[in-house]
Design a protein around this ligand. Structure first.
Ligand code: GUN
Length: 285
């Protein structure tokens, strides 16, 4: 018998996280005489990046974090961009550095993000921070996976011992997501383009994280009764509507918990970025 799924409200939980950040930012200001600072670097004018960057800056403003805008033309050279990163690394007013990805063709994102001081790596993309997470001693943690974990905690979903399937193996979401779930005590399967039978991997999961970036990849009828479903995908369908990777209308009849798109994981990602900025600022002092 299917019962109604609990729709996990990332906007509401994100607002709760942001309120915590705001309190911590005020305490930081009182102790240090300045606001915590986040440098947001955007190279070029990719329209979806511009949208994300704007939300991040707005989130900073509302939380009492100083955001330093660095809008860099796509024609920037590798050397110039590396020099900017070094300058931000050395700037005592900057606690966190966010390099919006993707970078324009011709720039090597790994080389640029590797140059960020790991202590200021609020995206958690630096191999140092990935390595700490892999060794179960997390430092700064990638925002989207960290947001999934926080949302699960807020809804009382106990991760220890769960069978978790992560669909997608990117450096930004899938891989760190698997490490987070492992850290939380789940038994983790990671699916990718080479996976032979995606359906059976999803069917036996108590928890599914869909992060492949393909609308409808995860079929609703594959979802186990009562499973927790976290949909990280943000895709535009044929009608121009934002949809996730999970076939939501069918999945919602089987899942125990599910995130909507939009309003699920997206707002959590930004909230965790702000939270990471406070963690970076307070660790540095
Ligand atoms: N591009 C897509 N997602 C992200 C993210 O979480 N951080 C950054 N810096 N760029 C992204």
């Amino acid at each position: 018998m299917a019962t109604a799924a609990i729709i996990m409200d990332g906007k509401a939980v994100g607002a709760k996280v942001r309120a915590e950040v705001k309190r911590r930012a005020a305490a930081f200001m009182a102790a240090h005489g300045r606001a915590p600072g986040l440098a947001v670097v955007q190279v070029g004018e990719d329209p979806s990046s511009s949208g994300y960057v704007l939300s991040k800056r707005k989130g900073c403003e509302e939380a009492g974090i100083a955001s330093f805008a660095n809008d860099i033309p796509a024609s920037v050279t590798r050397a110039e961009l590396l020099a900017l990163v070094h300058q931000l690394n050395d700037n005592p007013l900057v606690d966190g550095i966010l390099m919006q990805l993707p970078l324009p063709a011709g720039l090597d994102a790994n080389e640029i993000t590797d140059a960020i001081d790991p202590k200021k790596d609020v995206d958690g993309f630096h191999p140092h921070n990935t390595g700490l997470l892999a060794q179960k001693r997390p430092g700064l943690r990638p925002c989207t996976p960290y947001g999934v974990i926080r949302l699960a905690q807020e809804y009382g979903i106990k991760l220890k011992g769960l069978r978790a399937t992560v669909v997608g193996a990117s450096n930004i979401v899938g891989r760190p997501m698997a490490l987070e779930l492992l850290l939380a005590g789940a038994t983790v399967t990671i699916c990718h383009t080479g996976t032979r039978d995606l359906r059976s991997e999803v069917e036996r999961a108590d928890l599914v994280v869909a992060a492949a970036g393909r609308a409808g990849l995860v079929r609703g009828e594959w979802i186990r009764e009562g499973a927790a479903v976290f949909d990280v995908g943000i895709n535009r369908n044929a009608e121009g509507r934002l949809v996730g990777d999970v076939d939501y209308d069918v999945a919602i009849r089987r899942a125990g918990w599910i995130t909507p798109v939009p309003g699920g994981i997206g707002p959590m990602t930004i909230a965790m970025l702000l939270s990471n900025t406070l963690d970076a600022a307070t660790a540095a002092k």
